[in-house]
Design a protein around this ligand. Structure first.
Ligand code: DAT
Ligand code: MG
Length: 149
């Protein structure tokens, strides 16, 4: 549906490299609506919760190491989760197609610039983990009738 939401975060490497505007532009340009955004330096506990599914992986300690601010965002639109993942690209940037964010701006797994939710269910949980209900803004975009027929 056109009100599906996904959690997209620009990771510390993306923030450091000045890719915040680029990432936001790609989602805006595609037609998605920004409904939440903040710059935040997450705690280890917060990252542990975010990456809980991966707690048994050998690279988990690295994942939950706080190495600077991230930009947390929520985007709304048609098929936002799946389309968001296709904008993000494959987990390993070397396997990401040019035209995706990782395929255009990254080379290594631990520096892959961006996070995107992988299912509607996980998106809901991630949005809740990063934002309060009041931080999710409901608004009507003037483009809506021109993005959707
Ligand atoms: P994605 O970010 O594409 O959803 P994921 O959820 O499987 O991928 O993993 C989360 C992050 O963990 C990923 O963006 C980069 C890191 N990661 C995943 N697999 C890895 C691996 N085999 N070695 C090192 N880092 C890895
Ligand atoms: Mg993932």
């Amino acid at each position: 549906s056109t009100t599906e939401q996904t959690f997209i975060a620009i990771k510390p490497d993306g923030v450091q490299r000045g890719l915040v505007g680029t990432v936001i532009s790609r989602f805006e340009n595609r037609g998605f609506k920004l409904v939440a955004i903040k710059l935040v330096t997450p705690s280890k506990e917060h990252l542990e919760k975010h990456y809980a599914d991966l707690s048994s992986k050998p690279f988990f300690p690295k994942l939950i190491t706080c190495n600077g601010p991230i930009v947390a965002t929520v985007w709304e639109g048609l098929d936002a989760v799946k389309t968001g993942r296709s904008i993000v690209g494959a987990t390993n940037p070397l396997a990401s197609t040019p035209g995706t964010i990782r395929g255009d701006y990254a080379l290594s797994m631990g520096r892959n610039v961006i996070h995107g939710s992988d299912s509607v269910e996980n998106a809901k949980a991630e949005i809740e983990n990063w934002f309060t209900a009041e931080e999710i803004i409901s608004w009507k975009s003037h483009s809506e009738d021109w993005v959707y027929e």
